[in-house]
Design a protein around this ligand. Structure first.
Ligand code: NAD
Ligand code: TYD
Length: 355
């Protein structure tokens, strides 16, 4: 019997921001791969993000919580996955400060549950299998004014979010060393682009500028982040998935550092132009608010290894990417409205549960 698909891949967290871009890229670029999106649809998961590809014959959605061992094992039995691309996570630092345990549950216990499934179902034949763990540069902690994070920078997480991601990274490498599970990992800088939940800096500011609401800048706005267009991250995941060396981690970043305040001013300028407002109008909305506790000063990624070994580099200039992003938010008011009103949570019911 010939197999219908050349590879069956579980993508966890595919209804989220980055996961939806990864699924879209893989499902369209590799019609012979079967992508199974395993997502619990928390507040951050929105199946509308994949509306354009949900009818593709090589895409399947499975509502699944990665901490639910019975469900995860059931999916491994049902689909006999060749690979896992693991993106599901609690991902917002501010929420991790309010409720750290939720981050331990999904990011640590969820990751270990997936690794246990790989251990159980792949034990007779690890060859050709792959567990790809998508992680963050925040595990490295905070830089001063100088220097970059490399793959050799010691882990030094400061927020409950980054501590949970660091722990999951260690488990992935421990399962590779102990049980021989083939793994690759990437640690990426801050992403921006379409379908980004408007609790994170860039989509929150776009939404507030549009609605002439205050723009809350933490502290003095001096913290620095290294921004990468989300589709470039998805391209990096594609390259690392196919060509990354077993047991290795790769840093992914945009070589694109911005102070928060400068970034907010740039967004204000772009949006004044797009909305036909006199220059300087939106910047008047900037409001300095209490700083985030334990706020990391600066992140900056050295992505030389990924560039030299696998030939990846970012494709977009930041201003171009930001303009594209602003345009997407202005053209997709319904998406933002659904998210902010909570209506998107009905979408799953309408779309899947009544079938
Ligand atoms: P997101 O919050 O937008 O999406 C997370 C997805 O995971 C959602 O669809 C949610 O429903 C799902 N999920 C959460 N808990 C789950 C559970 N217990 N079981 C199953 N599904 C669950 O996150 P994102 O920004 O797309 O980030 C994806 C991954 O990339 C995360 O692992 C994050 O740590 C990492 N990352 C993010 C960034 C960034 O800038 N956003 C940068 C580097 C790395
Ligand atoms: P965020 O998008 O939450 O990403 P992360 O904390 O994972 O880097 O925040 C990016 C930066 O913007 C961070 O330094 C915190 C700051 N920030 C604000 O100043 N105001 C806000 O309303 C938010 C959400 C973030």
């Amino acid at each position: 019997m010939t197999k219908k698909f050349s590879k069956t891949i579980m993508v966890t967290g595919g209804a989220g921001f980055i996961g939806s871009h990864v699924i879209r890229l893989f499902a369209t670029k590799y019609p012979s791969y079967h992508l199974v999106n395993a997502d619990a649809l928390t507040y951050a998961g929105n199946p509308e993000n994949l509306k354009d590809i949900e009818a593709n014959p090589n895409y399947t959605f499975e509502k699944a919580d990665i901490t639910d061992e019975a469900k995860i094992f059931e999916l491994f039995e049902k689909y006999a996955f060749d690979a896992v691309i693991h993106l599901a996570a609690e991902s917002h630092v501010d929420r991790s400060i309010m409720d750290p345990l939720a981050f331990v549950k999904t990011n640590v216990i969820g990751t270990v549950t997936l690794l246990n499934a790989c251990r159980k179902y792949w034990k007779d034949k690890m060859d050709g299998k792959l567990f790809y763990h998508v992680s963050t540069d925040e595990v490295y902690g905070s830089l001063g004014e100088e220097g970059f994070f490399t793959e050799h920078t010691p882990y030094d997480p400061h927020s409950p979010y980054s501590a949970s991601k660091a722990s999951s990274d260690h488990f992935v490498m421990a399962y590779h060393d102990t049980y021989g599970i083939p793994v690759v990992m990437s640690n990426c800088s801050n992403n921006y682009g379409s379908h980004h939940f408007p609790e994170k800096l860039i989509p929150l500011m776009i939404n507030n500028i549009k609605n002439s609401r205050p723009l809350p800048v933490y502290g003095k706005g001096e913290n620095v982040r290294d921004w990468l267009f989300v589709e470039d991250h998805a391209r990096a995941i594609d390259v690392i998935f196919h060509k990354g060396r077993n047991g290795q981690s790769y840093n992914v970043g945009g070589f694109n550092e911005w102070k928060n305040l400068d970034l907010v001013f740039l967004l204000c300028r772009i949006m004044d132009q797009k909305l036909g407002r006199p220059e300087g109008t939106s910047a008047e909305l900037i409001t300095y608010v209490k700083d985030r506790p334990g706020h990391d000063l600066r992140y900056a990624i050295d992505a030389t290894k990924l560039n030299k070994e696998l030939g990846w580099s970012p494709s977009l200039q930041f201003e171009e990417g930001l303009e594209k992003t602003v345009d997407w938010y202005l053209d997709n008011e319904e998406w933002v409205k659904h998210i902010t009103s909570g209506d998107y949570q009905h979408y799953y019911k309408d779309q899947y549960e009544q079938r």
